[in-house]
Design a protein around this ligand. Structure first.
Ligand SMILES: *Cc1c(COP(=O)(O)O)cnc(C)c1O
Length: 339
């Protein structure tokens, strides 16, 4: 038995891709870092490639391996972290392309793999990754596939930082005659000025905020292992933190914080059965969660965590985080089903 069933709706993902493609006239690449946001790189890149995606983005060179294995030679695989010490052989073997973000990386890349293509990342104000000096940009950009930067506040359309970064990007790249890329999902939604030649959506493909037009891609159903009736005054779980105020029916389900259902949700998480909400009672354990199913007429075989009754964004909100983190925390104990 597995910890649960993570069902990925392929048509919804493709619809999201098509909607994102229609929002700009640029080429739409796809960000598939962190195991395609937890959905499973192999199946996701196959699907995206079948529907015309030619450029894939990952965070580290190791993540490029499964994509190259799955898709063969044709797609371009770009690595955000650039060309790190010790990775040269992998870049050559995998024909992956680093997005270089410093002079040191450029020198490393050119001295060790001169013929291999690359791209460039410049920093336009986020102060996270990328070359900052105008003086170096021209030198770096010679021969690059494209030049990119990343927006810090794109999910807040009225934030003045967006325009500031856009202007800086224009100023740093206007004299270069190479393709440009600035926007992830949120940037695409800011409009034409932000699109340039290539966009880099991730979360929008997988059905998350801020792409409100997206369709839900993921659902998560957790098997019920045991149900029992407990009496008033009995406690449940570690620390005996929950004491029943009345007779209740409890379902113990087969997932826990090791599967991304974080422990701090113990008092907040809600599971659903056919649209009926069922509250977690007691602490979430590593592999098990206890849920009050007193309201249900029949004992369910599964309880739903992500689905029509509860989106990844709603879970993100009660968890004080973003959909990206909910998806990438799901872990690898679930069976992933693509249909
Ligand atoms: C993760 C990432 C993206 C994708 O961001 P989403 O918000 O998921 O669309 C794009 N560009 C860079 C540099 C990233 O790190």
């Amino acid at each position: 038995m597995c910890s649960g069933y993570l069902t990925i709706n392929k048509q919804a993902l493709i619809n999201n891709l098509k909607k994102l493609q229609r929002l700009s006239t640029s080429e739409t690449g796809s960000v598939v870092k962190a195991n395609a946001y937890g959905l499973g790189s192999k199946e996701i890149v196959k699907l995206l490639a079948t529907h015309g995606v030619r450029k894939f983005f990952v965070a580290t060179i190791n993540e490029a391996e499964i994509i190259r294995e799955t898709l063969g030679k044709s797609p371009e695989i770009y690595v955000f972290s650039g060309h790190l010490e010790g990775d040269t052989k992998k870049f050559i073997d995998l024909e992956a392309r680093p997005i270089l973000n410093s002079i040191a990386q450029l020198n490393r890349h050119h001295s060790q793999s001169r013929e291999l293509p690359f791209a460039i990342q410049i920093d336009t104000g986020m102060n996270r990754l990328g070359v900052t000096s105008n003086d170096w940009v021209k030198e770096l950009a010679t021969g690059a596939d494209f030049i990119m930067s990343h927006l810090a506040c794109a999910d807040e359309p009225s934030n003045l930082e967006n325009k500031k970064q856009l202007n800086k990007f224009l100023q740093m790249t206007s004299e270069l005659n190479i393709p440009r890329s600035l926007s992830a999902t949120a940037g695409i939604l800011l409009g034409n000025d932000y699109h340039f030649d290539l966009t880099r959506p991730g979360i929008g493909l997988y059905g998350g905020f801020p792409f409100s037009d997206s369709e839900h891609v993921v659902s998560l159903d957790i098997p019920v292992i045991q149900t029992k009736v407990i009496n008033k005054g009995e406690s449940i779980g570690y620390g005996a933190s929950f004491i029943a105020q009345k007779k209740m029916t409890i379902a113990t389900i087969s997932a826990g914080y090791a599967d991304g259902i974080i422990r701090s949700l113990s008092k907040k998480a809600i599971f659903y059965h056919e649209g009926i909400p069922c509250r977690v009672v007691g602490r979430i354990s590593m592999d098990l969660i206890t849920v009050d199913i007193s309201k249900l007429e029949n004992e369910p075989n599964y309880l739903n965590f992500i689905g029509p009754s509860q989106s990844i964004d709603q879970i993100a909100e009660i968890s004080n985080t973003i959909g990206h983190e909910i998806l990438t925390s799901l872990g690898n104990r679930y069976s992933r089903i693509y249909k």
